[in-house]
Structure formats: C-alpha cells, structure tokens
Design a protein around this ligand. Structure first.
Ligand code: GDP
Length: 365
C-alpha cells in the first residue's frame, strides 16, 4: 500500500497529503520505485533543507527512540519569543547530553541591548524550565551573525560526537541549517540516508567529515500563543521582521498604553516617567487615560485598537498582572509581543489574554 512506501533517502513514510510534513512527494510520484521525498530531493540537488513538521508528541516519541545514542543537542530558540520556542519535555529526552542553546533572530533586538544580559536571561529562563544549557550562543541565521561562534562552540562541545539540531517551527532552524551546510561542507558531499531503519525517524544527516554527523530533526509544531487571538495576516503585524525601533512614552500616573487591542498597560504609580516599548514597529500603540481605558477598549476593539481586526475578542478571558518594579530597571515581558522597559519605583498593571505570559526580567538594556 502506498502509505507503507518509504523515502529511500531518509526513510520517512511517503505521503502526498501535506507538503509541510515528512515524506511528502507529489501524487504522481507516489507509485514509482525508489522515490525520494521532496525534502531529500532538495537537499540532494540544491543542498537546501526544507521545513517538515510534526506534533510535539510525535517528536518526543521520535527523540526517545534515540535512546542512549551519544551526541549533543543544539536547540534553536527565537530570542524574541522564548516561551513560544520552548520544547516541553525536552529535558526528559536530553538526559545527560550536552545542550547548546542557539538563540536566533538577535538582529530583531535593537543594537543598544547588552548581549551579556540577554545570555544571562536565557540561562535563567532555561534553568527555571529545568534545563541547564552548556552554552548559549546568540545568532542571526538570516544576517549571518554568530554563526562562526556557534560552529566553534559545537566543535568544542561535541568531542567527536554526533550533533542533533532541534527546534519548534518558525524559530529559523532551516535557515540556520542551510547556513551551516554552506559553511561546514561547502557545495559537495551532502547526503541523506536513513540511520534508523524500521522507524519513521526522518532525521537528515549532514556529514561532519570525521565519521560523525549533524542531524536535522523535524520542527515541532507549536501554535504561536497569539494565533489564538489574531489571524495569520495580523500575526505578521505582531511578529517583528526588522530591527525593533524602541518607542518611548512619557506617562503620568493614571495613563494607559494599549498594544493594539490585545494588551492594556495601566501606569499606576511612580511619578512622571518613561515606558520604553520594544514591540514590532508595525504594531499600533495607543495612549489614553486609565479612567477611560475600559470603555475605550470595548468600544474600539478591532477599530482604533487593532489587531485583532474584529470585535471578536474574549474580554472574559483576560488576566490582570500587577507588577512592581522595585530597585532596578526591569523589562515587562509580554510573551510573543515584546517588552517594555521601566525604571525602578513604578507600579504597572497589565491586562492580557490569560494564555499570554507576563512577567518581569532584569532589563537587557
Ligand atoms: P523553521 O520553521 O524553524 O525551520 O524556520 P525558518 O528557517 O523557516 O524561518 C522562519 C521565519 O523566521 C522565516 O520567516 C525566516 O525568514 C525568519 N528567520 C529565520 N532566521 C532569522 C533571523 O536570524 N532573523 C530574523 N529576523 N528572521 C529570521
């Protein structure tokens, strides 16, 4: 039966239903012999990796079958959306393997940030999630920043072992792997084979030249938190595409900022001061009096306060966070949207959809 046919490159079961999933071939190729999937085809002929995705359960099952194979893990995360790029359950399968966190999309953060502080924050968050990375390397796969550093770190940490590259979808894993392929082995020698016969592992291996391999694993599908509240088009407004230009607002107590219509930030106490907003340059920020905010929000959602682009916003599923910035400058993180830097001595109330994490971190400025 056609669903038992496997790609002779990576061993994935061939299918023609979903081009973003493992083993995809056009329907016309399904019944031929010695078929390789579209992803292996591109890798073989263009030295280019394509996204394939699987659910996190499938992914964990897949990685579990690696058992005690020796190797190190490179986990690609999105610096702008750490929570969204975290793989739940990764700790369990990492076991004693070394982990390098490759924090991608560093080009989105303004140049004035302190990179050491970003690294410290990432280490801190990882620790809270139960993982102790051996290294954190800040990179931009698109802008080619930090790639040499990452390669050196991999080379140092792997001690001759294999390398598994993991990440949720959209963190930039394919972009990175394509850069790594270009750098480490040039145009030639890219091969794909199934190292785990009898499984649907679909690991693609890239030889490192000493009998060891770098494996690209499928991306783990993780719906962006914000996809619950906005359309795909609106998500493009929310997700920054270029370096963020900070927008600084001088506020008096009792004033409010709206980030689109998704999040309301009431400045409660601390005297006149600035709230410096680091969100997508395309996201509309609106200032008003806190006393009018509730009424304005309900009336203008989907109009003045957008995204979301419609009135269908669940005001009953909001959570209120009271944040007190005590003795040092801190960033209020609004997961998936960005952050707001506030100097010490301020109390701020944030109203955001309950699924969206809101918390303070030491400022990275
Ligand atoms: P994957 O699903 O993890 O394989 O992610 P892709 O490589 O397909 O990238 C997802 C999106 O992130 C694409 O729109 C990329 O252009 C973008 N992207 C990838 N790397 C970077 C980066 O370093 N900086 C920025 N700003 N965008 C990136």
């Amino acid at each position: 039966m056609s669903n038992e046919m496997r790609c002779i490159g990576c061993g994935a079961v061939l299918q023609s239903d979903d081009a973003t999933k493992a083993g995809y071939v056009p329907q016309s190729s399904l019944n031929k012999e010695d078929v390789i999937c579209k992803r292996c085809f591109r890798l073989k002929h263009y030295n280019e990796i394509q996204d394939v995705n699987m659910t996190s359960d499938d992914f964990l099952t897949m990685l579990n079958t690696l058992g005690d194979r020796d190797g190190i893990i490179v986990n690609v995360i999105d610096v702008f959306d750490f929570q969204g790029s975290w793989i739940n359950g990764l700790k369990r399968i990492v076991g004693n393997k070394k982990v390098i966190l490759a924090a991608n999309k560093i080009d989105l953060l303004p140049k004035l940030i302190n990179k050491n502080r970003v690294e410290l924050w990432i280490k801190h968050l990882a620790k809270e999630l139960g993982m102790k990375p051996d290294d954190v390397v800040l990179i931009s796969a698109v802008k080619n920043q930090g790639i040499d550093d990452l390669l050196e770190t991999i080379e140092r940490e792997r001690e001759g072992k294999d390398v598994y590259i993991v990440g949720t979808t959209n963190v930039g894993k394919s972009t990175l792997i394509n850069k790594l392929i270009e750098r480490s082995i040039g145009e030639k020698d890219v091969i794909t084979t199934s190292h785990f016969p009898g499984t649907t592992l679909d690991l693609i291996d890239i030889p490192l030249g000493d009998g060891t391999f770098m494996f690209d694993t499928p991306g783990i599908i993780q719906a962006h938190q914000m996809t619950h509240f906005v359309t795909d088009e609106e998500l493009k407004v929310i997700m920054p595409k270029e370096e963020i230009k900070p927008r600084n607002y001088q506020l008096n107590e009792g004033q409010t900022l709206f980030l689109g219509g998704l999040v309301r930030i009431d400045y409660v106490s601390g005297g006149r001061r600035s709230l410096n907003c680091f969100v997508s340059n395309r996201l509309n920020i609106h200032r008003t009096k806190s006393a009018n905010a509730e009424d304005l929000w309900h009336r203008q959602i989907g109009e003045l306060l957008t995204p979301p682009g419609s009135k269908a916003f669940n005001f009953d599923a909001l959570r209120q966070h009271t944040l007190s910035v005590k003795d040092k400058k801190q960033d209020i993180i609004i997961s998936g949207l960005g952050f707001i830097t506030v100097d010490a001595g301020a109390v701020v109330e944030v109203y955001a959809p309950a699924q969206v994490d809101v918390y303070l971190r030491p400022s990275i400025l």
